[in-house]
Write a protein that binds this ligand. Structure first.
Ligand code: PAF
Length: 285
């Protein structure tokens, strides 16, 4: 494996392309992020480090995937800390564009992965995946990575990106890393830092609900409605939690199942106070 050693940081697409071009024919792993990095991101970076000659990370809080009422303005940011963490992981190249570099004045081309984007998260966040697909496509074009790394926690995002890669013939391998969790099961998320102490304790209800569904499935339950109901009932027991949705869907189409007789995604979105959290597990029947 060829190591370059010095971490380069740029907010310029042309500079990135120049550096990228100077490296010649080496494999690049790209980890797209919105920054405020945690172990979930770093586990993807480590996997990319092992599987590629060079590792690049993008840090960009992408405005087009936030609805006007969502948390774009308050989304946590700490570039200095992120850069120190990435330096320690021997990342080669970091791209920190501003919104004007990605969406210059007059920008008008968006990517919509049509049906998949309307399901699950898409029902609650209608324009979200258009923003995700558009920025990820742009990052793929800018970096030309051999592999791109995403976390299983954003399960629908991974399905949509794989579909986009197939549909638009991107020459990139999409690699999905497992969800990284706190000791009590809470999935790592930059948004966890919005939680106060009581909410942080309550937030474990997402994982507990998923584990109950997994357990009931392991005991032989195959009716998706019964598994969904178990999740509704579990979330209802936590006073600080308000369920947005619970789903038992096919892993590939994300269509709701009646019977769990194929690989399934059990997922949910829950408001803990004002913070909306998501989580999921895969059932491989
Ligand atoms: O998962 C995320 O952090 C974002 O959706 C992504 C893939 C970086 C696109 O902005």
């Amino acid at each position: 494996m060829i190591k370059s050693g010095i971490m380069k940081v740029t907010n310029s697409i042309s500079e990135l392309r120049r550096w990228r071009g100077q490296e010649g024919a080496v494999s690049w792993g790209l980890v797209p992020t919105m920054g405020f990095l945690h172990e979930g991101h770093l586990s993807l970076v480590r996997q990319a480090r092992v599987e590629n000659d060079r590792v690049a990370v993008s840090i960009f809080v992408n405005p087009t995937q936030f609805a006007p009422h969502e948390d774009l303005a308050t989304y946590p940011r700490n570039l200095e800390r992120d850069l120190a963490l990435l330096q320690a992981e021997q990342v080669d190249l970091i791209f920190t564009p501003d919104a004007a570099a990605i969406y210059p004045s007059g920008f008008q081309t968006y990517i919509t992965v049509e049906e998949l984007s309307q399901r699950l998260e898409g029902a609650s966040r209608p324009a979200h995946f258009r923003g995700v697909a558009t920025v990820v496509a742009k990052l793929f074009n800018i970096f030309q990575p051999s592999r791109a790394y995403f976390g299983q926690k954003d399960a629908q995002q991974t399905v949509i990106i794989r579909q986009m890669v197939r549909d638009l013939n991107f020459n990139v391998e999409v690699v999905i890393g497992p969800t990284v969790r706190e000791a009590d099961g809470l999935a790592l998320s930059s948004r966890n830092q919005y939680l106060n102490l009581a909410e942080r304790a309550a937030a474990t209800i997402l994982y507990r609900a998923l584990m109950k569904a997994q357990h009931r499935y392991n005991q032989g339950e195959r009716q998706a409605a019964a598994l969904r109901q178990l999740i509704y009932d579990t979330i209802a027991q936590e006073p600080l939690a308000r369920l947005d949705y619970a789903s038992v869907a096919a892993q590939d189409s994300l269509l709701e199942l009646e019977t769990v007789n194929q690989p399934a995604l059990i997922s949910l979105a829950v408001f803990i106070g004002r913070t909306r959290l998501i989580d999921n597990i895969l059932i491989n029947s």
